[in-house]
Design a binder for this molecule. Sequence first.
Ligand code: HEC
Length: 158
Amino acid sequence: MENKNILSKIKLIYWFTISIFSIVILLFIGAIFYHIEPSIISFTFNNNTTISETIEVKLEDNTLIKDGIHVNTGLKEGEGLMLVVQNCTSCHSAKMITQNRATKEGWRSMIKWMQQTQNLWSLGENEEKIIAYLAKQYAPQKKGRRSTLSNIEWYTLE
Ligand code: HEC
């Protein structure tokens, strides 16, 4: 009888310890996640700032430009911007454009490719304006990599 009582107490202590231990481990994992990505907590407490602000702007004002950037799409301000917003952002994100750079010919052939294969509509007289905007705002970068070294004096290893 005595023995059984002790045994059940030991069991109780055993499970108690395991539970405490699990809670500590869970808290620890939570703390690590919070450390890596604090927004998992701030999101729940503070979810009405950044996200809903962007949505509001999107709904309200499609012409809003801030620091030379069209807020809704991220495209650069410039002549023809709204034509591009209207014709080029309904199938894919404007990132397709902002991550690309090309000359007029390059943009023209991308548009032609989309018209032939992706059901892009005919742009009519706006095509030239759109291409002019793209080639101006998203022109190929003049200097990408440094140019190849020249006039190198090689020496022989001994
Ligand atoms: C009818 C739908 C549609 C419209 C409108 C449209 N595109 Fe596209 N575009 C596509 C599809 C589909 C792709 C391929 C997406 C992919 O590869 O995931 C694409 C790809 C692209 C690419 C990437 C091409 C590459 O070689 O990687 C660029 C740049 C682009 N579009 C620019 C534009 C521009 C500029 C306009 C406005 C003139 C435009 N798109 C309008 C459907 C469209």
